[in-house]
Design a protein around this ligand. Structure first.
Ligand code: MG
Length: 428
C-alpha cells in the first residue's frame, strides 16, 4: 500500500510535468533519431513519451517489396522481404489466423509495401491511423505480424538478437508456470506445480479462479474458494503465487476474493474485473494490498496511457501481438516506466509470442519479476506451436533460455510452412 501511494504521487507528478524518465527510449535503443514534430504542444502521438526517439536500428535506404503470410488453423507467420534480398519472420497473434491474414493483405500490406523498413515507428503508426475506421483487434493483430517480422529483419541484417538491438542483454528470464485450466481440481493443481517446482526449478505459479467474463460465475460451486485455500497453504512457502480471474468479477466480489488471496499467501491478482471496466479495476487495485495486474486485451495505446497514468494496475501486461508489435509494446512499457509501474508483456502460449516477450523482458527498463509460461505443455494451442519452430525453448532453474542467434533466434520448420495456406502481397 505504501508503494502504491508513492506511485500515485509520482504518476501525478509525471502527468503535470511530463518530464521524468523521458530519456529512457534514447538510452536503451541505439541508432535512434528524433521523430518528426507531431505539433506545437505537448501532444504525444500513439504512446510516445516526451523525449521518445524513433528507432533507427538499420540505415535507411531499403524498400519492403514482399509480405507473405503462411496460415494454419490457429497460427499464422509473416515474412517481410526487402529489395536487397533480406527477410525476417514474425507471427500474427494466435487464433483466427485466416481472418487476420486476410486483413493483413487487404488493410495493411499496401501501406507497408515500398516503405523503408528502417522507419518502423512510422510504419506502425500509419497502419493504425489509416485504419481509423477499423479500430484495434484484427488490424493490431495483423500489424503485430508485420512489426515482429521487421524486428527479425533487423536482426538478420545486423546479425544481432532483437534483445540487444533494443539495448538489452541475452540472459535467461525467470518464469512463472501458468495454469490455463479451470477443469483441474485443487489437489491435482498442487501436485503438478510441486512436480514442476522440483523437476524444473520453477518457483512461481499462477492458477485460475472464477470463469472467463462470467459475471461472478465459477467453474463449479466453491471451486475458487477451494483453489485458493488449497494452493496457497501448499505452495506459498516455497513459491510466489498468482491468480487470474480473466475478467470475471464485479468489484465487490473481486475485493472479496482478493482478500482471500492475500490471506492465503498469493501476491498477484490478474484481470479481476471485465477488462473494459477500467474504473472497476482501479477500485479493486486501490482496495487491495496485493499487486493487481492486467491489460492483455488492451490494444488502444491511448487507453493504455490513461490506465497507466491513473494507476489502474500495479503491474501492466500488454500483449505484444494484440497491441500491434514490439514497437507499440516498447512505447507502452516506457509510459509505465515513467510512473514506476513494472511491465510483464503477456505470453499465454508457446508460440513466437513467448520469444517476443523474452526479448522484451531483457530489454525494457521496467520488467516485472517473471514471465508467464504456460504449463499446459501438451494440450491445446501448444501442440501446434511445438510444430512451428525450433529449437524448443528450454527451462533451467526456473528460467527460460533466450536464444542468442540473430533476430528472434529461431527457425520456422519448413514442413509447417508446407501445410499452410499461402498469401502474397508484393510491390508492383
Ligand atoms: Mg491472463
Amino acid at each position: 500500500m505504501k508503494r502504491r501511494s508513492f506511485l500515485k504521487n509520482s504518476a501525478s507528478a509525471a502527468i503535470l510535468t511530463g518530464v521524468a524518465g523521458c530519456s529512457q527510449a534514447s538510452s536503451s535503443a541505439e541508432n535512434s533519431v528524433s521523430p518528426s514534430p507531431p505539433g506545437t504542444g505537448p501532444y504525444f502521438h500513439q504512446g510516445r513519451i516526451e523525449g521518445y526517439k524513433e528507432f533507427r536500428i538499420i540505415d535507411p535506404g531499403r524498400k519492403i517489396t514482399k509480405i507473405e503470410t503462411f496460415s494454419r488453423e490457429n497460427i499464422a507467420v509473416v515474412r517481410v522481404s526487402t529489395d536487397d534480398g533480406h527477410s525476417g519472420w514474425g507471427q500474427i497473434s494466435t487464433y483466427n489466423s485466416d481472418i487476420v491474414s486476410m486483413i493483413l493483405h487487404r488493410n495493411l500490406a499496401q501501406k507497408v509495401l515500398g516503405k523503408d523498413p528502417a522507419l518502423i515507428d512510422q510504419i506502425a503508426d500509419q497502419c493504425i491511423e489509416e485504419n481509423l475506421k477499423y479500430p484495434w483487434s484484427y488490424v493490431n493483430r495483423a500489424l503485430g505480424g508485420i512489426d515482429t517480422a521487421i524486428w527479425d529483419l533487423y536482426g538478420q541484417i545486423t546479425a544481432k538478437p532483437v534483445c540487444e538491438l533494443l539495448g538489452g542483454e541475452v540472459k535467461p528470464v525467470r518464469i512463472y508456470g501458468s495454469s490455463m485450466s479451470r477443469s483441474i481440481k485443487p489437489d491435482e493443481e498442487v501436485e503438478r506445480m510441486i512436480r514442476l517446482r522440483d523437476e524444473k526449478g520453477i518457483n512461481a505459479f499462477k492458477f485460475r479462479i472464477g470463469k472467463e467474463a462470467a459475471r461472478n460465475g465459477d467453474a463449479w460451486e466453491m471451486r475458487s474458494e477451494d483453489m485458493i485455500s488449497t494452493v496457497g497453504p501448499a505452495l506459498a512457502d516455497s513459491c510466489a503465487l498468482l491468480a487470474d480471474a480473466n475478467s470475471c468479477y464485479t468489484p465487490d466480489r473481486a475485493i472479496h476474493y482478493g482478500r482471500m488471496l492475500q490471506d492465503n499467501g498469493i501476491d498477484q491478482f490478474e484481470e479481476p474485473c471485465p477488462y473494459w471496466e477500467t474504473e472497476w479495476i482501479k477500485e479493486v487495485t486501490d482496495a487491495l494490498d496485493l499487486d493487481v495486474s492486467g491489460g492483455e486485451q488492451d490494444n488502444d495505446i491511448a487507453k493504455w496511457r490513461r490506465m497507466i497514468n491513473s494507476h489502474t494496475f500495479d503491474i501492466i501486461q500488454p500483449d505484444p501481438l494484440y497491441l500491434g508489435g514490439i514497437t507499440r509494446t516498447w512505447r507502452t512499457a516506457l509510459m509505465a516506466k515513467l510512473v514506476g509501474t513494472p511491465c510483464v508483456p503477456h505470453s499465454a502460449n508457446h508460440g513466437m509470442v513467448t520469444l517476443f516477450t523474452l526479448h522484451l523482458m531483457r530489454a525494457i527498463p521496467n520488467p516485472g519479476k517473471y514471465l508467464e509460461f504456460s504449463i499446459e505443455f501438451d494440450s491445446g494451442i501448444n501442440k501446434e506451436t511445438r510444430a512451428l519452430y525450433g529449437p524448443e525453448l528450454k527451462i533451467e532453474d526456473g528460467a527460460l533460455h533466450l536464444p542468442a542467434e540473430p533476430g528472434w533466434g529461431l527457425t520456422i520448420h519448413p514442413e509447417w510452412l508446407n501445410k499452410a495456406e499461402y498469401q502474397l502481397s508484393e510491390l508492383a
